[in-house]
Write a protein that binds this ligand. Structure first.
Ligand code: DOR
Ligand code: ZN
Length: 394
């Protein structure tokens, strides 16, 4: 494999002789595309006491991620083409990796910005289905008790969501969603009858049916509108069955899962502790086994970290009041390589779900994750420094 100025310039036959300034003998090693982490929530701007984009991308690069797709829920969120342009300019000077930006889909409140967001280069738009947002900052409200009701912007009703699917289809973009049904969550929490105090309570308050139900609704909307829909951070066997059912019907529905769902189970909670509170929650061994089967059989096409930093102080609060989310973009590669070496998947499938299929999904292929001579140079440096490029959807 020949590299020139940091990009692949060609692949030669085995044994071919070539003059090069530097040689690296990769015999017995795996040569993988730089990982693409499509699911990173840096807190920049607005909550940089948790983390900023420079540190997220430095962490990512340390673990082999060369492209980060940044989620839209910083403060202010990327809910318009105008904010998209500002965010792009801001991150271009601090990124240590290449990056792409997600747009935020709110339903009716920014339905007219969906087209402009795609035109500006958003890799996809995301609906936080099941989440209440703060009315002013549009930041996620992790626990309904965190805010007085008048501050809550509840997720759009399903009629508006279907309208959003239509709009995304009209622009040929990709819609993704956090899939947990708010009514199933609310009723499950109510039935619990007391605050969430243990990991068992968390699982009871956020059952897998909340995920599967939302995916089933999304399936109908995607079928009816022709929109491409992507399930982020799939965490349950029931959710996976809903994904498979959609795909069997020919619906354009894809799904992602994360290292935490592939390597942890509820049995790890006593060891890992409160940091393990993430939405949707890490479930049981059977869910983990089902998700690996989903990765290997092709139902799940992409892995993302769902990197979601909070402060130690925040994560040390009680179970009920701590925010959901854990860091992950720095450990994404190492944790998954460890799983690969344990035989959980094959090297080829590994490269697909950590790079190639992800690049295709978000319109970055073959500029990213291809071993063909790169048409457009990919950012790379042997002495890392800030200056990543913003990769937009093609
Ligand atoms: O645990 C989570 N944290 N899940 C999400 O969906 C969002 C994330 C965050 O931004 O903190
Ligand atoms: Zn997320």
């Amino acid at each position: 494999m020949l590299c020139e100025n940091g990009v692949i310039a060609g692949i030669l036959d085995t044994g071919a002789r070539v003059d090069a300034d530097e040689r690296y003998d990769a015999a017995g090693k795996l040569v993988l595309p730089g990982f693409i982490d499509p699911h990173v929530h840096s807190r920049d701007p607005g909550a940089t006491h948790k983390e900023d984009f420079e540190h997220s991308t430095r962490g990512a690069l340390t673990g082999g991620v060369t492209t980060v797709l940044e989620m839209p829920n910083a403060i202010p969120p990327v809910d318009s083409a105008e904010v998209f342009a500002q965010r792009r300019a801001q991150h271009e000077v601090s990124a240590w990796t290449d990056f792409g930006l997600w747009g935020l889909a709110l339903g009716e409140p920014n339905i007219d910005e969906i087209g402009p967001l795609f035109a500006a280069g958003a890799v996809a738009v995301k609906l936080f289905w099941g989440y209440a947002l703060h009315r002013e900052t549009r930041s996620l409200v992790y626990n309904l008790g965190d805010e007085p009701p008048e501050n809550l912007l509840m997720p759009p009703p399903n009629g508006q969501v279907m309208r959003l699917f239509e709009e995304v289809a009209r622009h040929g973009g990709l819609l993704a969603a956090h899939c947990e049904d708010k009514d199933v969550l609310a009723t499950s929490q109510e039935r619990l009858g007391h605050p969430i105090e243990s990991y068992e309570d968390l699982l009871a308050a956020r059952p897998a049916a909340a995920e599967a139900t939302t995916i089933a609704i999304a399936t109908e909307f995607a079928k009816a509108t022709g929109a491409r829909f992507h399930v982020v951070h799939l965490a349950s066997e029931a959710g996976l069955e809903a994904v498979r059912a959609a795909q069997a019907r020919g619906v354009r529905l894809t799904a992602e899962t994360c290292p935490q769902y592939l390597t942890l189970t509820d049995a790890d909670y006593p060891r890992v502790g409160p940091v393990m509170k993430v939405y949707p929650p890490v479930r049981e061994q059977r869910d983990q086994d089902a998700l690996w089967a989903g990765v290997n059989e092709g139902a799940l096409v992409s892995l993302g970290s769902d990197h979601a930093p909070h402060t130690v102080e925040e994560k040390s609060r009680g179970f009920e009041t701590q925010p959901a989310g854990a860091v992950g973009c720095e450990t994404f590669g190492p944790v998954l390589i460890d799983a690969l070496l344990r035989g959980k998947t094959t090297p080829t499938r590994f490269a697909e779900v950590t790079a190639t299929e992800t690049a295709k999904l978000y319109g970055l292929y073959p500029r990213k994750a291809s071993s063909a001579p790169a048409a457009t140079p990919t950012w790379w440096s042997s002495t890392p420094r800030p200056g990543g490029r913003c990769a937009t959807r093609s």
